[in-house]
Design a binder for this molecule. Structure first.
Ligand SMILES: C[S@@+](CC[C@H](N)C(=O)[O-])C[C@H]1O[C@@H](n2cnc3c(N)ncnc32)[C@H](O)[C@@H]1O
Length: 340
């Protein structure tokens, strides 16, 4: 027999066995399908014959969640942010995560565009998919104002969101178009400081990783030798509009923040902005780029949180040894802001 109603018993979600609640739930589900179809994610609609109603306390009338498999958790159909079940939602709220580049992502990227590794600092679409799934619903627009070779756009394609990107370097821009031809008209080979003049509609969410100040111009000899030998770029460009070429830290912060203030104007009300960035070091001094940016952007956005991304597969270099403290920075901050 199919059960139409589930509730919580201890830590488990269990089916109600009585006829009355199942009949009541069946009627409410039919109603929901008829009147609120638009607020139900595709994965439930496509498997509607297996959907059941859920209320933790066991009241059918108070139920505002649905489920297919109790082990996956229930989806609250009044959820305005995403299409996740409660279990999936909670899993994402951990304040840190470990993520190393995935072979499947690199393989896919290089099959489409063998020259993609020319870009010196990309992130993985799979990692971005999780953010997009948390902060948007299917069909919403997502903007990456520093889109590089298009990792965010690939994540949008995979999750059924509409990707928009801005990238200064034409070579990287062309790679992103090759990876996501469906978003060609949304990918701008331009300076993100011109964002106001680009035809970008209201967006539901923005996620990006900007240049980490001018770190690439100061990278280690090994990095430079290795990349030169393999004919790969050592920095993003030599252009003055490239934020990675600004040596003055305060000026860099100001121009970077101005771009994110412009993104604010495009964001929907209560929309979220995620910036992936690191604190950096120069000549033995730490520049708290992530914290400084968080403070400046808080003038307009509400700083909600940080989620720390840890890379644990990178070898440790003996910086400072044997005379002074110097860490290997293997974590990034995913700063989470919301439009007030
Ligand atoms: C950290 S990378 C982003 C990589 C991207 N997340 C990816 O996975 O491909 C930063 C990018 O910002 C671009 N950039 C630097 N200054 C820019 C500007 N003023 N406008 C637009 N893009 C810029 C660089 O060319 C570089 O590709």
């Amino acid at each position: 027999m199919k059960y139409y109603f589930y509730y919580k018993e201890g830590k488990n979600i269990v089916a109600a066995k009585d006829k009355e609640r199942n009949a009541q739930a069946k009627r409410r589900l039919a109603d929901l399908f008829k009147n609120k179809k638009d607020s139900i994610p595709d994965r439930f609609l496509n498997d509607w014959q297996n959907v059941a109603l859920y209320n933790p306390s066991g009241y059918v009338k108070a139920a505002k969640a649905i489920l297919i498999n109790p082990e996956d958790g229930a989806y609250d159909f009044s959820n305005p942010i995403n299409e996740l079940t409660g279990r999936e939602w909670v899993k994402f709220t951990c304040s840190w995560f470990i993520f190393n580049a995935l072979h499947k992502d690199l393989k896919e990227e290089r099959e489409v565009s063998p020259n993609s590794k020319e870009h010196p600092a990309t992130f993985s679409p799979t990692m971005i998919e999780d953010f997009i799934k948390f902060f948007t619903k299917k069909g919403e627009a997502v903007l990456d104002p520093f889109s590089g070779i298009g990792s965010t756009l690939v994540a949008c394609k995979r999750t059924g969101r509409i990707g928009y990107g801005i990238e200064l370097n034409k070579k990287y821009c062309d790679i992103s178009i090759k990876r996501t031809p469906g978003f060609k008209k949304n990918i701008f080979n331009d300076n993100a400081e011109n964002i106001k003049n680009l035809k970008i509609p209201e967006i539901g969410f923005s996620i990006s990783s900007p240049p980490y100040w001018n770190v690439l111009n100061r990278s280690t000899k090994d990095f430079k030798i290795k990349r030169t030998k393999n004919g790969l770029d050592q920095n993003y460009s030599t252009r003055t509009e490239d934020l990675g070429n600004i040596d003055d830290y305060e000026l860099f912060l100001k121009r970077l923040a101005a771009i994110y203030f412009d993104v604010y104007e495009l964001l929907k009300k209560k929309g979220y902005l995620v910036i992936i960035v690191k604190n950096v070091k120069k000549e033995g001094r730490m520049y708290p780029l992530a914290w400084d940016l968080a403070k400046i952007l808080s003038e307009k956005y509400e700083l909600k949180d940080e989620k720390i991304w840890i890379q644990d597969k990178i070898g440790l270099a003996p910086y400072g040894y044997p005379s002074a403290w110097a860490s290997n920075i293997l974590h990034h901050y995913c700063l989470i802001f919301q439009k007030k």
